[in-house]
Design a protein around this ligand. Structure first.
Ligand SMILES: C[S@@+](CC[C@H](N)C(=O)[O-])C[C@H]1O[C@@H](n2cnc3c(N)ncnc32)[C@H](O)[C@@H]1O
Length: 321
């Protein structure tokens, strides 16, 4: 089988990288190296969580024969590769500001290095646009722009889907107590992200932003991702194992940059971050703490032409004030 392709601005008229609007670094959502590679753990966590679904990769009812699919911020490219395997007759585009480290990809999978905050210049429309773990990637205005561009780039009746994590950690049985470092962990990072101007509360904001962009038929599903292998349920235990491995490996990458740049009341020193992380690591290993991270999936549809026309007619028929 021939290999898929890695292109710089494949369908774009020109490369849009490296100019003044390029996205600055933000560790939750970027990473050509370690953090990008680590998203494979998250990919597996989501597959395990949705193992009872006919298709654990997405929920949007896109039908059996989509032609063009786009994965924004594809990272490692795991989702795009799996979807390309699932729909061999579709072309799946994975776009990211960093080239994916994937060594092999199916022939119908195209990776493109590009910045989605730029004007999109793909010539054909998509049937489905997907995003996952893009929390903190854009400012609120950036998100508005991305949803608008996604709306414009979809076929009428096409679907958008987004899956995001809440970085805050909870327990339902009171085993995570206010004195635990993990209890305040998420709020510390949310605070850093707000000061950096790129909120990590993407999971809370995305539904209304998607609606505001004009999408209809909006659906939402909420998940609890165990942090560690504490659940009794076999699948959740596996998800917890994977999520623990992800945290353990990614922790320092997330925390060091954010806390030394945007920590409060003033940026933390490296040593302060290391002491903090040592305590967090100890709690992560504690089987008595039944912690989990919430995640939210939203999927919605661009109106069909009939719906858009009906909407236009209704607006016209409204009496003037
Ligand atoms: C946390 S990773 C998620 C990767 C993948 N979606 C997944 O679920 O495994 C977020 C990705 O968004 C990419 N990204 C951030 N800003 C971007 C932009 N302006 N244009 C394209 N990709 C961007 C980052 O480079 C990073 O690979």
């Amino acid at each position: 089988m021939a290999e898929g392709a890695l292109q710089t601005s494949n369908n774009s008229k020109h490369s849009k990288l490296g100019n003044s609007h390029s996205t600055p670094s933000f560790p939750m959502s970027h990473g050509p190296g370690k953090i990008g590679v680590l998203t494979i753990h998250s990919h597996m966590v989501f597959l395990v969580l949705d193992h009872t679904q006919p298709n654990p990769l997405f929920r949007a009812p896109i039908g059996p024969s989509p032609k063009k699919i786009l994965d924004i911020g594809t990272g490692q490219g795991s989702w795009a590769i799996d979807v390309a395997d699932y729909f061999p007759n579709a072309t799946v585009h994975g776009v990211d500001i960093f080239p994916p480290p994937a060594l092999w990809m199916p022939p119908n999978c195209v990776f493109e290095v590009d910045d989605v905050l730029r004007e999109w210049t793909w010539r054909e429309s998509f049937d489905f646009i997907h995003m996952r773990l893009m929390y903190g990637a854009f400012t609120d205005e950036g998100w508005e722009q991305v949803y608008k561009q996604a709306y414009d780039a979809l076929e009428p009746g096409g679907w958008i889907e987004q899956m995001e994590l809440d970085v805050r950690v909870y327990s339902d049985d009171g085993s995570l107590k206010p004195e635990h470092m993990l209890h305040g962990w998420g709020n510390i990072f949310v605070g850093c992200s707000e000061r950096a101007g790129r909120s990590l509360r993407t999971h809370e904001k995305m539904r209304s932003a998607i609606e505001k962009a004009g999408f209809v038929d909006v659906h939402e599903e909420n998940y609890k991702i165990p942090l560690g292998p504490w659940p009794k349920d076999k699948q959740l235990k596996e998800a917890g194992h994977l999520q623990y491995a992800h945290w353990n490996a990614a922790l320092e990458g997330w925390a060091m940059w954010l806390l030394t740049h945007y920590g409060a009341p003033e940026p933390w020193t490296k040593e302060e971050v290391q002491v903090y992380l040592a305590k967090v690591r100890t709690e992560l290993k504690d089987p008595h703490i039944h912690a989990y991270e919430p995640a939210t999936r939203v999927w919605a549809r661009k109106p069909t032409e009939e719906e858009a026309n009906a909407n236009r007619t209704t607006i016209k028929l409204e009496p003037s004030p």
